[in-house]
Ligand binder design. Structure first.
Ligand code: FAD
Length: 406
C-alpha cells in the first residue's frame, strides 16, 4: 500500500482531534487523509446545554471545520454517513461512497430512551446545534404565547428536565440563570415558572461525592429548581409528563420535557455489525474493535473498561480527546510501517460540572473537591485548553471563555 487512505467519520471531539493531530504527525505525501462530517462546522457538545437554555449563542459553540483543519493536508467532505461496510472497507454517504484502508469512527452519541412511552416523539434532547436551537426557541415561544392566550396555560411555563446526571444538572443550572431574563423579556412573573428536575435515582448526580451533590442541590434549589428524586418517568405526551414516585403515579402538565438521562453510541456503528454493548462497541486496548485491524473507534461510540471498578468508563469529551490523540499516534506508526500499536490508557484529570454561569462543582487531581468560583474558573480552563489543543491560540481568542469573572 503506497499512500493509505485514512478516513475519519465525524468532526466532534474525537474526529476533530484525530484530524488535528494527524495533520501535524503525518505528511500529505505519505497518506490520503479525509474527514467526513454532516455539517460544515465542528461543535463542542459540552456547551450545548448553554445554547439550549439560551445563555450562550450557538455560534460561540461551533466553528467551521476548514477554519481549524488544514484542508491542504486533510480533505474535508461535508456529507452524512448512512452506512459502514467494514468487510468491504466502504462507507456510504448520502451523496456517494468512500473507501478506506484505515477508518476512524467518531460519530458520537444519540439519546437512549429506554423504551419510555412517548419520550422519543415528545421530548427534546440536547444532542446537536440544531436540537439545542430548537429547545431555546421552543421555550421562548411558550413564554411569548403564555401572555397571548385568554386562559393562561401553566404547561407552557413548566420546564421539565429528565435526569439529574451531569447533563441534566448542567442544563437546569443554565435554565435557573436564563428564566429570570425570560420573565423580564416576556412579562411573565418569575413565580409562575417552574424548573423541575425528575430523576429515577434517590439522589442527584449519582456517583458523585455526597458533599458536592449537596452543594449542587442547594445552589440550584436556591435559584428555584425543584427536584423530584426516586421518580421514574413513565410517559411523556405533548402536554404532560407522568412519573412514578413511591407507589404514587403523578403528572406534571408541561409542553417542555428535555431528556438528559441517557446516551448511547451512534446506531450506525451497531448497524455496521460491530459488537455492541448497550449501544457502544467494546474495543481492544489499541481502540480497534474485535475482528477489524483497520478500524479504530474513538469517543462515545467506543466502550472501554475501567479495570479498577470493572465498569465501563462513562463517555466523556475528556476520554474522546485522549483516544483521538492516541489513535493519531498509532496511525502515524502504521503509515511508517510499524504495526506494533501502543495500548491506550485514559488519564482522568478530574470532572467539573457547571451549575450555571457563576457556580460549579468538581473533583480534580484525583480527590480535591472544588466549588463555586474556583470550579467555574477550572471549567473555563478545561474548555479553553481543548480549543488550544485543536486550533491553537487564535481559536482560544476567537471562541474561548476568557472572562473568568462573569
Ligand atoms: P461528538 O462530539 O458528539 O461528535 C460527533 C460528530 O459526528 C458530530 O460532529 C456530528 O455532527 C457527527 N455526526 C454524527 N452522525 C453523523 C453522520 N451520520 N454523518 C456525518 N457526521 C455525523 N463530557 C466531558 O468530558 N465534560 C463535560 O463537561 C461534558 N458536558 C456535557 C454536556 C452536555 C450538554 C452534553 C450533551 C455532553 C457533555 N459531555 C461532557 C459529553 C461529551 O460531550 C461527549 O462525550 C463527547 O462529545 C463525545 O465526543 P465524540 O467525538 O464521540 O462525539
Amino acid at each position: 500500500m503506497n499512500r493509505p487512505n485514512i478516513v475519519i467519520l465525524g468532526a466532534g471531539y474525537g474526529g476533530m482531534m484525530t484530524a488535528s493531530k494527524l495533520q501535524k504527525k503525518v505528511s500529505a505525501d505519505s497518506a490520503n487523509m479525509t474527514l467526513v462530517n454532516m455539517h460544515s462546522y465542528h461543535y463542542q457538545s459540552t456547551w450545548l446545554h448553554e445554547n439550549a437554555a439560551g445563555t450562550l449563542h450557538h455560534d460561540r459553540t461551533r466553528m467551521e471545520v476548514d477554519n481549524v483543519i488544514d484542508t491542504n493536508k486533510i480533505n474535508f467532505v461535508q456529507d452524512t454517513v448512512t452506512g459502514i461496510d467494514p468487510d468491504n472497507k466502504k462507507v456510504s454517504l448520502l451523496n456517494g461512497e468512500i473507501s478506506y484502508d484505515y477508518l476512524v469512527i467518531g460519530l458520537g452519541f444519540e439519546a437512549a430512551t429506554f423504551g419510555i412511552k412517548g419520550l422519543l416523539e415528545n421530548a427534546f434532547t440536547i444532542s446537536s446545534i440544531n436540537k439545542a436551537r430548537l429547545i431555546r426557541q421552543h421555550i421562548e415561544y411558550n413564554f411569548a404565547k403564555y401572555n397571548n392566550e385568554k386562559d393562561k396555560k401553566q404547561e407552557r411555563l413548566n420546564l421539565v428536565v429528565g435526569g439529574a446526571g451531569f447533563t441534566g444538572i448542567e442544563f437546569v443550572g443554565e435554565l435557573a440563570n436564563r428564566v429570570p431574563e425570560l420573565c423580564k423579556e416576556y412579562d411573565v412573573p418569575r413565580e409562575n415558572v417552574r424548573i423541575i428536575n425528575v430523576e429515577a435515582a434517590p439522589t442527584a448526580l449519582p456517583g458523585f461525592d455526597p458533599e458536592l451533590v449537596e452543594y449542587a442541590m442547594n445552589s440550584l434549589e436556591a435559584r428555584g429548581v425543584e427536584f423530584k428524586l426516586g421518580a421514574m418517568i413513565k410517559e411523556v405526551t405533548a402536554d404532560k409528563l407522568v412519573y412514578e414516585q413511591g407507589d404514587e403515579i403523578e403528572e406534571i402538565p408541561t409542553n417542555t420535557v428535555v431528556w438528559a438521562a441517557g446516551v448511547r453510541g451512534n446506531s450506525l456503528v451497531e448497524e455496521a455489525g460491530f459488537e455492541s454493548n448497550r449501544g457502544r462497541t467494546p474495543v481492544r486496548e489499541d481502540l480497534r474493535p474485535n475482528g477489524y485491524d483497520d478500524v479504530f473507534i474513538v469517543g462515545d461510540c467506543a466502550l472501554i473498561m475501567n479495570e479498577e471498578t470493572e465498569r465501563p468508563y462513562p463517555p466523556t469529551a475528556q476520554i474522546a480527546i485522549q483516544e483521538a490523540e492516541h489513535t493519531a499516534g498509532n496511525l502515524k506508526r502504521i503509515v511508517e510501517g510499524n504495526h506494533n500499536l501502543e495500548p491506550f490508557e485514559p488519564n482522568i484529570q478530574g470532572t467539573v460540572a457547571s451549575l450555571g454561569n457563576k457556580d460549579a462543582i468538581g473533583v480534580i487531581f484525583d480527590d480535591k473537591k472544588i466549588f463555586g468560583w474556583t470550579a467555574t474558573a477550572m471549567k473555563k480552563i478545561i474548555d479553553n485548553r481543548y480549543l488550544w489543543k485543536v486550533g491553537g491560540a487564535a481559536l482560544v481568542l476567537k471562541k474561548g471563555k476568557l472572562n473568568f469573572f462573569k
